[in-house]
Design a protein around this ligand. Sequence first.
Ligand code: ADP
Length: 262
Amino acid sequence: SERRVLEIRIMGYGTGQFLLIARDITRVRQLESMRKDFVANVSHELKTPLTVLQGYLEMMQEMAEPGSPNTKAMDQMQQQTHRMRSMVEQLLVLSRIEDSAENNLEVKVNMSQMMCILTEEAEALSLGQHDLNFTCAADCHLYGIEIELRSACSNLISNAIRYTPPGGKIDVSWKKVASGAMFTVADTGDGIASQHIGRLTERFYRVDSARTRQKGGTGLGLAITKHALSHHQSELMISSELGEGSEFSFLIPEHLVSTSYH
Ligand code: ADP
């Protein structure tokens, strides 16, 4: 027969009495898994037509008379298809991350090396408009999933760049602390009002969708980060003040930090 999924909660009253609540969540789980499959399939199916559209648009742009009214329309179309492609790609990344049940945390990941790549990526995004500072303890190695750790870090850095006006400062660091290794991205940018902070890691949640759409976001970056971190027994910590800046950080627990890293 069908396997049922139960959620069991035990509440203690401190008087030696306990209340046990069991809920059958089989159906909830089924719906959740259908949603995930649907999103993954749709994203996958959208990839090909988008690539074809982009290809033809590029061709038309090359053939268009410079300055003709069509060029502006084509630029817009190119921008929007590009945006749609990023969203589709991000959705695929998210569904892959949500799905990966086996967490192989045996592989040693060289975070110092990753920091070099992240630095280059950040410079290319910022185009010299921000004061970028990267610090990484020498020989920083973690046990984990490289691609997930990388997208967690890279999403936080690209957000800091996108939500910090030119002239602002962005500090990125990997530090060894008593309970593990800490990654921090601090910016002097827009900041986030406190009522939004708790919801930022929800899919498609954005503080100001008109503004963030302009900045080329998909609303999926922090959802991906959250899942990637949960695979590493870690959580995203956010502190921010509107107009002052934000700090995003996470702690990778000690048992996932390579002992050769001091
Ligand atoms: P997006 O693709 O829209 O950036 P994210 O999931 O990465 O999606 O972020 C969700 C929202 O959180 C953003 O739309 C933005 O409003 C807010 N946000 C994220 N990082 C920062 C930051 N460093 N400073 C200010 N706001 C931020």
